[in-house]
Design a protein around this ligand. Structure first.
Ligand code: SF4
Length: 322
């Protein structure tokens, strides 16, 4: 489509500025204090916007995320399929957590997010994964579906930082993060990459089985932007810090793309980096849902791109709709 959607040089942070991940700038003991507070909150869990209130240290039923004292990790590896600004030449150091705070009927990773088939990991294990990804040369640690494992991530991060972790942290979530959790992550996360899946909570309830998605998601994205600002890149074009929003265009207008783009441009920042994703295809249970049983049409994708432009968003990820 018409204009170049690559970042212009004016959008780069200073290439000479030495980069330090946010968590290294916290005052001594602060990271441990955050980890302790997150663990305390597991006793009446409000660490995502489902606000289950269960004691995850004492029970093994009742959590919407099916996750209790320990996280489950499906896989950890250098990912070369993420956005260019994350994958660079060496890959984004991805850690895929099992289970999820959302239950999307069209989830492409449903074996991971619904069935959760994977191993339980200790804080030590998780710290080791972060360090191994750094050893392999990855450009960042990319925590995929982390909203329900805030406490486990913070505990592992304490160990990994002591042992030399220096990579920026990417919080790659479904955007259903609680403000309580985001406060614990303030000054810890460098790059927030939330989804904005829907503009309508009723649609979210129907297809992702959560309550209040619109309000929760918008409050979360605003808070993320308050913490880290617009996305900045280094002189290699790699993300250093800031907000990157993913929006999957759904068929039949179910994602509310126009309203989401308007919100980002008017209520967050017209300089928000947006990946307008075109890869929706019917998966898992969505083949039986008429409105979701097909890919978005080329007209629907064109309209999504036009909406982003009409609302003044110009930093559209080159890997997205074109
Ligand atoms: S992380 Fe969310 S889904 Fe999981 S127990 Fe806590 S509030 Fe419930």
């Amino acid at each position: 489509m018409a204009s170049s959607r690559h970042a212009s040089p004016t959008e780069l942070s200073s290439p000479d500025e030495p980069f330090e991940p946010a968590y290294l700038l916290l005052r001594t003991g602060e990271l441990r204090a955050r980890a302790d507070e997150a663990r305390r909150r597991l006793q009446a869990c409000d660490l995502c916007a489902n606000h289950c209130g269960v004691n995850r240290l004492a029970v093994t039923v009742g959590a919407t995320c099916n996750t209790y004292e320990r996280a489950r990790v499906h896989a950890a590896f250098p990912h070369h399929g993420e956005e260019d600004v994350l994958r660079g030449h060496a890959g984004s150091g991805t850690i895929f957590f099992s289970f999820c705070t959302l239950h999307c009927v069209y989830c492409q990773n449903w074996e991971i997010s619904w069935k959760g088939e994977s191993d339980l990991v200790s804080d030590e294990d998780l710290a080791g994964m972060m360090l191994e990804l750094q050893r392999q040369g990855c450009h960042n640690v990319n925590l995929v579906s982390p909203s329900h494992v805030v406490a486990q991530v913070l505990a592992a991060l304490c160990l990994a930082v002591e042992r030399g972790l220096r990579l920026p942290l990417v919080w790659n979530s479904g955007g259903f993060d609680s403000l309580e959790a985001l406060q614990l992550l303030d000054g810890v996360v460098d790059i927030y990459m939330p989804d904005m899946k829907y503009a309508d909570s009723g649609v979210a309830r129907q297809y992702s089985h959560v309550t209040g998605y619109r309000e929760v998601n918008r409050a979360a994205v605003k808070e993320m932007h308050r913490q880290v600002g617009d996305l900045t890149l280094d002189d290699r074009g790699l993300a250093r810090r800031g907000l990157l929003v993913r929006h999957l265009v759904l068929p039949s207008g179910l994602a509310g793309t126009d309203d989401v783009m308007r919100f980002l441009a008017e209520e967050v920042s017209p300089r928000t980096w947006v990946n307008l994703m075109d890869q929706y295809r019917p998966c898992y249970r969505s083949g039986n849902v008429e409105a979701l049983a097909r890919r978005p049409s080329s007209t629907e994708l064109r309209e999504a791109l036009a909406a982003a432009r009409r609302h003044g968003l110009t930093r559209l990820d080159p890997g997205g709709v074109s």
